[in-house]
Design a protein around this ligand. Structure first.
Ligand SMILES: NC(=O)c1ccc[n+]([C@@H]2O[C@H](COP(=O)([O-])OP(=O)(O)OC[C@H]3O[C@@H](n4cnc5c(N)ncnc54)[C@H](OP(=O)(O)O)[C@@H]3O)[C@@H](O)[C@H]2O)c1
Length: 399
């Protein structure tokens, strides 16, 4: 067998061959073993020690790359792209380079939750983010109608994401009730199109869903509890869940309850919209004090989504249904009072109504059991009273 001197071995340790073929690794190891035998008997001990240290560091680096490659291959059923491959080989600090190549597509990136998710991933330099929007597309958000199969295919083939966070949906229950076909086409058909495009490019999908898939009669609901949606919105989201997991049972579904966060106008969230009545102190108003809600901050959900995506990239058993929710039980009346208190405003004009809300039927108490994510060490809960003032402040000033 041909012998190799230390410098050749070191060069080889960082060569393409080592990374591209297990076979060449073993040839190299054999050569190296030969060299060790010679160095022990003939050459200096220091040179031997140096080579062993270099070998250990190369093996350590190689192992990390192999683990990452395997998880990506299992995840996507695809090999690394040539660009990614060569970028890694050129780097002596592979961790950063490997991490940089994680690509995420976020649908509904112009929406309430999508904005927070986009920000969370954008703030992490190890992710390359593509946000999709529709009517609110900007220079930074690509305009794609998710009901247009060709448009979806095109952008997925171009981006080749590792992960897709699917936030886009028609999520206003009363709108879904009245414009069912339109809503169905986005929530159900759009999800089917997106999941198929994700399968084709080997991406993992996380589909955002809702506590409205439950009837709210026997809380808390575990991830394997039987859904029984009461309204068309809940039904459309459940159908989207089922399609997602049917297209690929390895995909994920994350159910969340009523959301709030930074809004561009108060009506954008079913929580912040209550502030209008809180501020309208000259007129008395009636606020639902019946249905139990668990208002959840979008930034907390975005944090959970990022952690979940990262967990999935490391561990293919991360799949199926997950729940995340705030843990403060509040009615809309409670939320309105908390808002008033945050701004030292009177509450006498706000009256609680302990009858079921009008409009489409809402579940009474669809509390989500979040123990699956908690057991994975994933989660964050910001108290309502801690952040609601900051969120509403811009709308208080302008009154
Ligand atoms: N908000 C909540 O309280 C709540 C509670 C539980 C679950 N969820 C779930 O969380 C997810 C995010 O909700 P959200 O409150 O962030 O929704 P949102 O603010 O209403 O945003 C909806 C998003 O969907 C996009 N969209 C609408 N039609 C589209 C189309 N044809 N093609 C592509 N994109 C389209 C919108 O884009 P443009 O605005 O640019 O048109 C927007 O970015 C949804 O899946 C929802 O079911 C929300």
């Amino acid at each position: 067998m041909q012998e190799m001197v230390p410098i050749q071995i070191i060069q080889k340790l960082f060569s393409d061959d080592l990374f591209s073929s297990g076979k060449s690794k073993y040839v190299l190891m054999t050569n190296f073993a030969n060299y060790l035998v010679h160095s022990c008997t003939g050459t200096s001990f220091l040179c031997f020690l140096f080579c062993v240290l270099r070998l250990l560091s190369a093996v350590w680096m190689h192992m990390h790359i192999l683990i990452w490659c395997r998880s990506r291959t299992e995840l996507n059923g695809t090999e690394l792209s040539p660009i990614v491959h060569s970028a890694k080989l050129k780097s002596t600090c592979h961790r950063e380079v490997v991490a940089m190549v994680k690509k995420v597509i976020i649908t509904g990136a112009s929406g309430l939750l999508g904005r927070a998710v986009t920000k969370e991933f954008d703030n992490d330099p190890t992710w390359e983010v593509t946000g999709l929007a529709f009517s609110r597309a900007t220079a930074n958000l690509r305009k794609v109608d998710l009901t247009d199969e060709q448009a979806v295919k095109k952008i997925f083939e171009e981006i080749k994401p590792d992960v897709v966070v699917h936030c886009a949906a028609e999520r206003r229950p009363d709108i879904v009730e009245n414009r069912t076909d339109e809503a169905w086409s986005l929530n159900v058909s759009g999800t089917q199109i997106l999941c198929q495009a994700s399968v084709d490019c080997g991406a993992w999908v996380l589909y955002l869903s809702t506590d409205y898939v439950f009837d709210g009669k026997s809380p808390p609901y575990s991830t394997d509890a039987t859904p029984n949606p009461l309204n068309k919105y809940g039904k459309s989201k459940l159908e989207g869940e089922q399609i997602t997991l049917k297209v690929n049972p390895d995909f994920g579904v994350l159910r969340v309850p009523i959301l709030y966060g930074e809004v561009t106008f108060v009506e954008e969230s079913a929580v912040t919209v209550l502030f209008k009545k809180v501020l309208d102190m000259g007129n008395s108003c009636v606020m639902s004090d019946y249905e139990r809600r668990y208002p959840t901050l979008c930034e907390d959900v975005a944090h959970v989504i990022l952690k979940l995506a990262e967990a999935r990239l490391k561990d293919p058993s991360v799949k199926g249904i997950f729940h995340w929710s705030g843990d403060e039980e509040m009615t809309k009346y409670d939320m309105a009072v908390a808002m008033a208190k945050a701004f030292d405003l009177p509450t006498e004009h706000i009256k609680g109504d302990n009858q079921p809300s009008g409009g489409s039927i809402r579940p009474y108490n669809a509390k989500l059991d979040c123990s699956r994510l908690e057991a994975m060490g994933i989660g964050r809960r910001t108290p309502f009273s801690k952040c609601i003032k900051g969120i509403l402040q811009p709308f208080f000033k302008t009154q």
